[in-house]
Design a protein around this ligand. Structure first.
Ligand code: SF4
Length: 346
């Protein structure tokens, strides 16, 4: 029988802990009655931003948009130190949502500057995390694609460090390249372990299915990397921003089992919505009729409750959008479902 009969959500997907913490800090501040803002979008996900707005949390681009005395949440990417100084000078309450891993990167960078190394930072030049990191090492040489690397000068003492979400293979390749460019090379591996695990789990899912759907921001580096990895193992992959991008059933013509994964800023509820939509759009008659239950079952297999998006109880965005059971959105046990979908978790 033609049509998609099984759906698999990659393990350990959903928000990474850094993003989750920053969001929860913003929600806690709002729940405590503070006028709360996030400096920049806390994640590039319109659904999440809308839900935060409902709770009274506004996204601002600059500190000037925040009234004196109000709270401003620094997102997981972190900022340059002078941004915090400016916020405090304006009498704002600074709630630091910088991911602990990024804080570690910032400290390492400051140490390397102190020790006098010429620093090479592997990262996307205009990415907010990189902009923040440069506040700790203004002279660091930022490089991204391999074509950039030849402009790295030869120096006696060099240090290599990375933006958290860079692919580990690129970091290793750059390290090897720098061996020929320096006498002493210090390597500080700051590629985030969550990113690495996400890539491993996506690869495992991709090997088990006929087609992968990768959900995340179009400009998200870690999402693009997931798409690339699926293709490397020979599994066709499409990248979408949200469930609304899935309109053409023909995309799934040759697929019987479809996998779903997402970047570190993609809520797991979005993956469940995508799984359900794939089955509704291109499923076998049986899968179409049971799309929601099959998607919930795929979600339940995908991660332990602790590994899912945790949100403070006040908000359950995906449940509103998709009609999903409350447990699926909060990380509480999901309803028991029986399902013929998927090949089991990878
Ligand atoms: S990807 Fe890693 S470093 Fe970046 S916010 Fe998430 S947990 Fe932190």
């Amino acid at each position: 029988m033609s049509g998609v009969g099984a759906i698999l959500i990659a393990q350990r997907t959903g928000f990474c802990y850094g993003v989750r913490e920053a969001i929860d800090k913003a929600k806690e501040a709002a729940a405590a009655g503070k006028a709360t803002h996030t400096l920049g979008q806390v994640v590039h996900n319109e659904g999440v931003i809308r839900d935060l707005q409902v709770l009274g949390i506004e996204t601002v681009d600059t500190l000037d948009q925040v009234d004196r005395g109000a709270a401003v949440v620094i997102r997981a990417h972190g900022v340059r130190p002078e941004v915090v100084e400016r916020a405090l000078a304006r009498d704002l309450e600074v709630i630091d949502g910088t991911c602990t891993w990024v804080i570690q990167e910032q400290r390492e960078l400051a140490r390397l500057v102190e020790d006098g190394y010429t620093i090479v930072l592997l990262g996307t030049p205009r990415h907010p995390e990189v902009i923040g990191l440069l506040g700790f090492a203004p002279d660091a040489i930022v490089v991204d694609e391999e074509a950039d690397w030849t402009r790295i000068p030869r120096k006696k003492r060099m240090a290599l460090i990375s933006q958290s979400t860079q692919p580990p293979w690129k970091f290793e390749r750059l390290a090897a390249f720098l061996v020929s460019r320096s006498h002493e090379l210090k390597i500080v591996n700051t590629v985030c372990p969550v990113t690495i695990r996400r890539q491993e789990d996506t690869l495992a899912a991709a090997r088990a299915v006929d087609l992968m759907v990768v959900v995340g921001g179009r400009s998200s580096a870690n999402t693009k990397e997931l798409t690339r990895l699926c293709q490397i193992v020979g599994t066709p992959a499409i990248q979408i921003e949200s469930v609304h991008d899935l309109t053409d059933p023909a995309v799934f013509d040759d697929a019987r089992t479809v996998g779903v994964t997402g970047g570190t800023s993609t809520p797991i509820e979005d993956l469940q919505a995508v799984a359900q939509r794939v089955l509704e759009l291109a499923g076998t008659p049986e899968a179409k009729a049971n799309a929601r239950q099959l998607a919930l079952a795929a979600l339940a297999r995908a991660a332990t409750p602790a590994g899912r998006t945790t949100s403070l109880p006040a908000i359950q965005p995906a449940a509103d959008q998709t009609g999903a059971a409350p447990g699926a959105a909060t990380g509480e046990p999901t309803p028991a479902v029986t399902s013929a979908a998927g090949r089991g978790a990878p």
